[in-house]
Design a protein around this ligand. Structure first.
Ligand SMILES: NC(=O)c1ccc[n+]([C@@H]2O[C@H](COP(=O)([O-])OP(=O)(O)OC[C@H]3O[C@@H](n4cnc5c(N)ncnc54)[C@H](O)[C@@H]3O)[C@@H](O)[C@H]2O)c1
Length: 240
């Protein structure tokens, strides 16, 4: 199951799993995008809002009804507000927290219940460089990603002896619709190239697949001794 799989890194990750022969459940609130990804990879689209815990329970139930089990959950769905505290409304704050933190938690909880019964499972959560270091003008988003990092570690410890591994990826700047969204300036290729040159040690943005490949590894048995890890995939951004 990959959430946020209508777009960006979720969609790239869903394609990579399908290329390995996996049967993928594509979860997103964007019905058109979810159905397009699912049609492309022969997966099952489950459309809804992850900030609704009843939806999350029913998404996992649909996955298990359809495919018999749930081996992997990837929580890539997320949202962003680009504002400092003074310009973050109650509604902005609550939206970011309810999608990024509560939505990730609700799906992890539903998945863990299923995976415990199976005796095996792997969860990969999308954190961020900004769950680790601060990012100016993104106060709610940074707080939400820090919470995802700690949720990941705490879940990993709770389920280390249940056969469930819980890890996270912490992407740097990745060229997706989210990266280009909600900026106060026009986002041109030149703007993005200048931003990358100024802020990223390798001097370029990531492509979504460059993160998806790390997710695939963390979800696989090749990462059998990894749990509770938050893996930066950031071209050196947090190495500074
Ligand atoms: N793009 C970056 O540079 C970057 C960097 C670090 C972390 N991230 C994180 O990576 C993840 C994927 O981001 P992306 O850049 O691919 O974004 P994106 O905007 O391209 O895709 C996010 C997807 O999540 C879905 N979504 C949002 N809210 C939802 C909800 N309530 N219920 C169901 N689906 C919902 C959207 O419809 C969209 O399809 C996010 O968690 C994001 O915070 C992104």
């Amino acid at each position: 199951m990959v959430t946020g799989a209508a777009s960006g890194m979720g969609a790239a990750t869903a394609r990579l799993f399908a290329a390995e022969g996996d049967r993928v459940v594509v979860v997103d609130r964007n019905a058109e995008g979810a159905e397009a990804t699912a049609a492309e990879i022969g997966g099952l689209a489950v459309v809804g809002d992850i900030s609704d815990s009843a939806f999350c329970d029913s998404a996992v139930a649909q996955a298990v009804d359809t495919f018999g089990r749930l081996d992997v959950l990837v929580n890539a769905a997320g949202t962003i507000v680009r504002a400092d505290a003074d310009n973050t409304s109650d509604a902005d704050w609550l939206r970011v927290m309810s999608v990024n933190v509560s939505g990730t938690f609700f799906l992890c909880r539903a998945a863990v219940r299923e995976m415990k019964a199976q005796g095996k499972g792997a969860i990969v959560n999308f954190g961020s460089i900004w769950g680790d270091v601060g990012g100016k003008g993104h106060v709610a988003y940074c707080a939400s990603k820090g919470a995802i990092h700690q949720l990941t570690r705490a879940l990993a410890l709770d389920h280390a002896r249940d056969g469930i591994r819980v890890n996270g990826v912490c992407p740097g700047e990745v060229d997706t619709p989210m990266l280009r969204s909600a900026r106060s300036v026009a986002v041109t290729d030149e703007y993005l190239a200048n931003m990358a040159d100024a802020t990223i040690p390798m001097g370029r943005l990531a492509q979504p697949e460059e993160i998806g490949r790390v997710v695939l590894f963390l979800a696989s048995d090749a990462a059998s001794y990894m749990t509770g890890a938050l893996v930066p995939v950031d071209a050196g951004y947090t190495a500074v």
